[in-house]
Design a protein around this ligand. Structure first.
Ligand SMILES: [Fe+2]
Length: 318
């Protein structure tokens, strides 16, 4: 059975990618940012996930304003880095996991979350920057396959924090009903507080950001009740990206171990936040058995639904 073992929250500031690509990581301004991810890279190297699900938002790279899906799941075998105006970033092509992605799509859609299935997509800094921060700068291949989940936070209305949290729970259920033994880590990216344009450009609200990180660790349900207007008012127009962290959090246990946290201001004009949350190992035995029972029941429902779909499809071709 596949299992989500941990969640990673990380900002995805494009200037961090530019600093990496242009060899500026040792400059004092950037060293402050990158030094906060050294422990995280060690943690990731030790955790060795088989698959990463990366929740991020596209910044008009794969989707234009002509078409913006609310939740888009990458089911392709590979996702090339997007050209964001300076040529594609010099990072490896992201390899997908089409079998697990298709399974998640089936499970989550039958659970009444209407994902858009994407079979061809380029990925921008929203996905590749957190990958660099946690996996370093591999030349040819990222260490594990990745399932991208793009969320609309660029055009009103984005999904609510509660919807994101519940989607995380549905993703967890999907992963735990996948028969292969896979260790999965889920990323929530974006934020923290920042505003790119308008009279409040440059807004950063460290107090609110830190309270959000506290809530993520100890009381995520409280965060699910934050309305969009509060994100905008307290964390700036682009602070709304933080709802994506709630998908990651929903996919974890109610109670988690916070194993690492980092916060620094600024990177470019953004507050950088980072957290690593692990599901509690001590509850693994009991939880595993209960999850296995739940997974078997869920698998039964999926099989029944697949049979129905097959019957409908067969009828249609007659
Ligand atoms: Fe972003």
């Amino acid at each position: 059975m596949a299992k989500i073992v941990a969640g990673v929250g990380s900002s995805h500031v494009p200037a961090i990618g530019a600093a990496l690509d242009n060899g500026k990581t040792e400059e004092p301004y950037w060293k402050r940012v990158f030094s906060g991810f050294e422990k995280s890279k060690k943690w990731m190297a030790e955790t060795k996930p088989d698959v990463a699900i990366v929740v991020y938002n596209d910044h008009a790279s794969a989707f234009s304003v002509e078409m913006i899906p609310t939740f888009a799941l990458g089911c392709a075998a590979e996702f090339p880095p997007a050209d964001e105006g300076w040529g594609p970033r010099p990072v490896p092509v992201v390899e997908g996991h089409p079998a697990l992605a298709a399974h998640i799509a089936q499970s989550v859609i039958l659970d009444e979350f209407d994902l858009t299935i994407v079979n061809k997509m380029e990925v921008d800094h929203g996905l590749t920057v957190p990958m660099n921060l946690l996996f370093g700068q591999p030349k040819d291949h990222w260490p594990c396959p990745v399932i991208p989940l793009a969320v609309n936070v660029v055009m009103y209305p984005p999904p609510t924090g509660h919807r994101c949290y519940m989607l995380g729970k549905a993703i967890r259920k999907a992963v735990e009903s996948y028969p292969e033994d896979l260790k999965v880590v889920i990323f929530g990216t974006g934020g923290l507080s920042h505003q790119i344009s308008g009279p409040r450009a440059g807004l950063i609200n460290s107090k609110w950001d830190k309270a959000f990180l506290d809530g993520l660790s100890k009381d995520p349900k409280k965060l699910t009740r934050i309305p969009h207007i509060e994100y905008m008012r307290e964390a700036g127009a682009e602070g709304i990206e933080m709802v994506m962290w709630l998908i990651m959090r929903g996919a974890l246990d109610d109670k988690v171990d916070e194993v690492y946290r980092f916060y620094t201001v600024p990177a470019s004009n953004t507050a950088v936040g980072h957290i690593i949350l692990e599901n509690k190992h001590k509850a693994a035995g009991k939880g595993k058995r209960a999850a296995a029972r739940k997974g078997a029941a869920h698998k039964g429902r999926l099989a029944a639904a697949a049979k129905t779909t097959h019957r409908i499809a067969s009828k249609g071709t007659r």
